[in-house]
Ligand binder design. Structure first.
Ligand code: PMP
Length: 409
């Protein structure tokens, strides 16, 4: 057979560390080993709203099983428009909304529609693992903007100002953030908008990934970036059904943005997936109109779980973790333990080795920070049972404290 020639774009993309951990977890499970993999996945552990489940059944029975309009059914786009106006105080008409197979596809199509070779896209780090690769797929260059734990991983407006160049096409704002859980306040967001309002920065668009917007704690009021003064025209709002509505497998998300952007992203979608699932879209309408007290109760439970996880982490010496106000992730700094030796006399050089060792010896799966552009931390999701949270973090503590700094004789 002739040598298999792949698109050079493939080699520009990074291998996924999360996939590497996942495949080890499934191999261990298939060998009958007990593994606590609950804290390594980015999905909620509760059921979708009952109204959405009922609508799913209805859609199949009533024969709502055909292709829909590329940009999504008018009914769903109407429901999204009403949701955004009611809860986020931001106005989008139905032709300013594109329904896609997940927020991820909405982000991908937005980037492909607007960015190209020569452009720069500012990606605050730690970042959701897919952003840099999606930027690279568009031909643009990701420019990493560090955020720090002592500032709760909020984007620093002054640092942002220095990162913007004439080539900057877009800034990604993930609020609340995966992997840090950082939820920026309206004031912090307005400081970012202030930088973008400067005459020299008028060329910069914002991709505001708000997929975790309903999952905020401690009374934090989440603000959509598009409501900030002068920002609507320059903002691409991303949201979806995977997180607060716990509908990850429905593959349903959306982009809300000025009409021309939605039209371009829609044109791409027409040649990629045609449309999101008709059944999923019907369920999406029911989710947006569900009794929100169901979701609010789940968010309160998540806040309790965040506190449980933070208390357990605080018991481990030299592990630092800011208290985040959103999403369902913690990003503890474990760097004090890197370079130490295991009782089996193996040196743990980095977070990847630590995660592999934790998995092999303690049967606990966590994700190394490097998957999110950070070498000091690990990511854990506390959208899990309290038992699994306690088990995983206790074992992480036991694992770290079994490491010694003694050098090999
Ligand atoms: N953005 C962020 C920050 C996420 O964490 C995720 C899911 N992990 C997505 C977008 C995409 O979600 P989906 O495609 O399931 O809507």
């Amino acid at each position: 057979m002739a040598e298999l020639k792949l698109n050079p774009m493939i080699s520009k993309m990074d291998e996924s560390y999360t996939v590497a951990i996942f495949s080890k977890v499934s191999n261990m499970k298939s060998r009958g080993e007990k593994v606590n993999g609950a804290l390594c996945v980015g999905q909620p552990d509760f059921a979708p709203p009952p109204e959405a489940i009922k609508a799913t059944q209805e859609a199949a029975v009533q024969g709502l099983t055909a292709y829909t309009a590329v940009s999504g059914t008018l009914e769903l786009r109407q429901a999204i428009s009403e949701y955004l106006e009611k809860y986020k105080k931001v106005k989008y008409s139905t032709d300013e909304i594109l329904v896609a197979c997940g927020g991820k596809q909405a982000i991908y199509q937005s980037m492909m529609a607007l960015c190209q070779e020569g452009d720069e896209v500012i990606v605050p780090a730690p970042y959701w693992t897919s952003y840099p690769d999606i930027v690279k797929l568009s031909g643009a260059t990701p420019v990493i903007l560090e955020t720090i734990a002592s500032q709760g991983y909020a984007i620093d407006a002054a640092k942002l100002a220095t990162a913007i160049t004439p080539r900057t096409r877009m800034l990604i704002v993930c609020n609340p953030s995966n992997p840090t859980g950082c939820a920026m306040s309206p004031d912090q967001l307005d400081a970012i908008a202030g930088v973008l309002r400067r005459p020299e920065n008028q060329h910069v668009l914002v991709l505001s990934d708000e997929i975790y917007e309903r999952i905020c704690y401690d009374g934090l009021e989440h603000a959509s970036f598009a409501v900030l003064k002068d920002m609507w025209n320059r903002t691409l709002t991303i949201n979806g059904f995977s997180k607060a509505f716990s509908m990850t497998g429905y593959r349903l998300g959306y982009l809300a943005a000025p009409k021309e952007i939605v039209k371009a992203a829609s044109k791409l979608q027409s040649q990629i997936t045609s449309c999101a699932s008709s059944i999923g879209q019907h369920a999406g309408i029911a989710a947006l109109n569900c009794d929100m007290s169901y979701i609010d109760a789940k968010v309160r439970e998540l806040q309790e779980k965040r506190d449980l996880a933070l208390n357990l982490l605080a018991k481990i010496p030299d592990v630092n973790c800011p208290k985040p106000c959103g999403a369902f992730y913690l990003f503890p700094d474990i760097s004090a333990y890197l370079g130490r030796r295991t009782p089996e006399d193996e040196t743990i050089e980095d977070g990847v080795q630590l995660c592999l060792y934790l998995l092999q010896k303690y049967q606990v799966a966590l994700v190394p920070g490097i998957a999110f552009g950070d070498t000091k931390c690990l990511r854990l999701s506390y959208a899990a049972t309290k038992e699994n949270i306690t088990d995983a973090i206790t074992k992480l503590g036991n694992c770290l404290q079994s490491l010694t700094s003694a050098k090999k004789p």
